[in-house]
Design a protein around this ligand. Structure first.
Ligand SMILES: [Zn+2]
Ligand SMILES: [Zn+2]
Ligand SMILES: [Zn+2]
Length: 277
């Protein structure tokens, strides 16, 4: 099972779109791992997690053919995770010889409603090659070669937000994708008790800090709490790859934050980072 980050930033990107702070300008000067686009990941070449504002550019940069993606799981409909403005290009004159005729988009209530509206109105222009499926927390679905468990995220109480456990049924490998969320997800962790994961991607929006409840995200100190809970419940062990991801523009440059995260046993993500599990 191959896991690739296409984008690794929080909502504003790094450097942030309109920002002239010292951190953003140093990121502009250094380039490389200090340039982050909005969060998105791909498993093998057929399952995608989120579709943000840079999904098209990310796909070209990292050699991902979007027409091969069969299943797209949206964590929640915030603008850095869910953008539909390229969806009308999937079919007809604009999207020819699709590898997969249909792309199924999975998500909670608001994602499902937006997709249904799009499919209904899109038919006037081009038959959109999309299907959508509504998920509910703690009810697993099978999509192609994968079993996916949508778990409750503690993020934005006004919309339905999920974190996902993705299991590859072919090789038994599992990924836990914790975006976006606070650390108050004990019910979700209890639900996957004993299900060993090979990789966990943690919300680390706020860098090397502890984020108080109600702030919708985590920092490294919250990640450590979640990690310890996952160990206690038999979800992770010393063989599990742990990664800090969804990084904002206030938390330091790649090398500095990476050193701090590595000392606690976490990799720091960057756009294009790949793991073969
Ligand atoms: Zn986000
Ligand atoms: Zn900035
Ligand atoms: Zn969000």
């Amino acid at each position: 099972m191959k896991f690739t980050y296409l984008g690794t930033s929080a909502s504003e990107a790094v450097p942030a779109v309109f920002c002239e702070c010292d951190m953003c300008n140093e990121a502009r000067r250094r380039g490389g791992r200090d340039l982050r686009t909005r969060s998105c990941a791909v498993i093998n070449d057929d399952l995608m997690l989120d579709f943000g504002p840079e999904a098209y550019v990310q796909s070209v940069r990292f050699g991902i053919h979007l027409s091969k993606i069969k299943s797209l799981f949206i964590t929640h409909p915030h603008a850095d995770h869910f953008q539909m403005n390229n969806f009308a290009l999937r079919g007809g004159f604009w999207g020819m010889n699709l590898t997969e005729d249909m792309l199924t988009v999975y998500g909670g209530k608001e994602v499902y409603e937006k997709m249904q509206d799009f499919i209904a109105t899109g038919r006037e222009v081009v038959t959109p090659h999309f299907a959508c499926e509504k998920l509910t927390a703690f009810n697993p679905v099978t999509a192609g070669d994968y079993k996916i468990i949508p778990l409750r995220a503690a993020h934005d109480p006004s919309i339905e937000c999920f974190v996902y456990l993705i299991e590859n049924l072919k090789d038994g490998k599992r990924v836990l994708y914790l975006h976006d969320t606070e650390n108050d997800i004990d019910d979700s962790i209890d639900f996957i008790k004993g299900m060993h994961c090979d990789l966990v991607s943690f919300d680390c929006t706020c860098g090397n800090t502890f984020v108080q409840p109600g702030q919708r995200h985590m920092g490294l100190k919250n990640d450590i709490l979640v990690r310890d809970k996952l160990i206690e419940k038999g979800v992770i062990d010393s063989s599990t790859v742990l990664i800090c991801n969804h990084i904002c523009h206030h938390v330091g440059l790649y090398d500095d934050l990476s050193r701090i995260a590595m000392a606690e046993g976490f990799y720091l993500s960057y756009d294009g980072m790949t793991f073969t599990l």
